[in-house]
Design a protein around this ligand. Structure first.
Ligand SMILES: [Zn+2]
Length: 205
């Protein structure tokens, strides 16, 4: 299995291809499907948002078998997400975990609105997502950012990614051990809906 640095380089190269409009041809071919049918060796684990505009395989120009992807609104870390990351890291020896937020995230926006008491009534299930994002972004409302909606949203996305990455680093004995003894690396990144670019802004080795 390739190490975290190599995996990161593959993602960065793939994202450059995506931004440049150059796609690999063999991402979902019949030959490739046959090749991975009996075994998967994903080189990166991606915890990303469910937003329809941010499919990890496309924005990193990767194919069948390359990425182990967990998607949930707001790329939050709840027990089942931690379990999924643990599973892939242990089972497949994958050494890079990416927490991938994105600009203009609806889950982040909904959380900010609920904190500013502008939110719509929702369900307890949606609340369970907002409740996980709230602690990451709450403090931002005590700063000058509260007067600048765009800047606030931008900072909130990154704060939520940072907290999620730290939860993965410290909220699991399995992952903690893999970080200490097997060079597992958790990085935080933000995808721009406008440019298509992924900025790895946190924890890069
Ligand atoms: Zn989102």
């Amino acid at each position: 299995m390739i190490d975290a640095r190599q995996a990161l380089a593959l993602l960065q190269e793939g994202n450059r291809r995506f931004v440049g409009g150059v796609r690999s041809h063999d991402t979902a071919s019949e030959a490739r499907r046959a090749f991975v049918a009996n075994e998967q060796t994903p080189f990166a684990i991606v915890l990303g948002c469910s937003d329809a505009r941010v499919p990890a395989e496309l924005i990193f120009d990767q194919g069948l078998g390359d990425l182990f992807v967990i998607r949930v609104a707001g790329n939050i870390v709840a027990p089942s997400q931690v379990g999924s990351v643990e599973f892939a890291a242990e089972r497949f020896g994958t050494r890079l975990v990416v927490v991938l937020g994105h600009t203009d995230c609806g889950a982040i926006q909904a959380t900010l609105e609920s904190l500013q008491s502008r939110g719509q009534p929702t369900s307890r299930h949606i609340d369970s997502i907002v409740d996980r994002i709230r602690p990451s972004v709450e403090a931002l409302l005590d700063t000058e950012l509260r007067n600048d909606r765009a800047a606030l949203a931008h900072a909130a996305v990154r704060a939520n990614v940072r907290v999620a990455a730290n939860q993965l680093r410290h909220g699991s004995r399995v992952l903690e051990r893999l970080i200490e003894s097997e060079s597992l690396v958790v990085v935080g990144a933000e995808y721009s809906l406008e440019t298509g670019k992924v900025d790895f802004f946190e924890g890069v080795p």
